[in-house]
Design a protein around this ligand. Sequence first.
Ligand code: SF4
Length: 348
Amino acid sequence: MTIREQTKLVKNKSLSFGKSNKILIQSMCDFKTSDTKNVIKQINECAKNGADLMRISILDDDDVNTIKIIKKHVKIPLVADIHLDYKLAIKAIDNGIDKIRINPGNITKKSELINILNEAKKYDTIIRIGVNSGSMPKNIKGKNEATKIVNAALQYIKFFEKNDFFKIVVSLKSSNPITTYEAYSLFSKKSKYPLHIGVTESGFDEIGIIRSVAGLSPLLISGIGNTIRISLTHNPIKEIETCKRLLHDLNLYKNYPTIISCPTCGRCMVNNTKELAEKTLNYCVKNKKYITVAIMGCVINGIGEGKNADIGLAGANDSYVIFKHGKILKTIKAKDALKSLYEEIDNF
Ligand code: SF4
């Protein structure tokens, strides 16, 4: 049994974190929440692409008042992200939000926090305690950044539990992947609450993806993490796609194709291996073909190196060879390569 399965089960009528539940994929809308039309459209697009839940920012009354409307037009659960103003948290709960994310470091009055907890109890709302290395109280002690983040989270949990609140999910974010890894690893030894994992402000494109994967892979492999967000300076669809790819490569997400493509070398017999691999990935994603496909630059080594793939394509000068589990099926002209490959994928 992994650490993931040993966490507490935290659930309400729309969300279930921990125990044997799958790792939930989430992202965050990048429109202001009162821009209802765009927010609804974005949430629905994200849901179609694999998001299990979406977070929206609640900055003011205009935002919080749209929650009821948005909820009517989307099918996945929503998380309200609240900073500073406890009244917005209470209104978000009253308006039917499924979960709220607060950083108790920036709602410092105990009476205000207690008001939020009481309202969440009344409506069965889950609360994420979102500790962020950039906004921790100054009095938190610890031998390093990761320990301080964990100590802050444990202190908040103690306060929540003292006030009879237990529907807690925790995040311990830093923009440093090593601090992130250390904080989540340490926390999972000290508490059984489900974890929302992520490297915050990780950056754009490969920079953000590599930083996130560097921090999150070792956690996921060791069974830590119950919901995931990969924060990229990009739109949320990209974040969801990246989450799915990471989880899929770690055998934690089934519904995604596996595309293998060789790096090419001096033996390569064609010049479009990358283009073919990209088009094949898009085809498999679009048509829900969750198999393994190999795109290889030459027949000399490609068929052997791609023998674990369900279907493969290997370059052979002005033609290509299609193979299945390492056995040649046919040789085709270059111009027909993708069409024939797609047919074999469809038939598999
Ligand atoms: Fe080189 Fe062929 Fe291997 Fe690709 S499959 S890396 S072209 S030897």
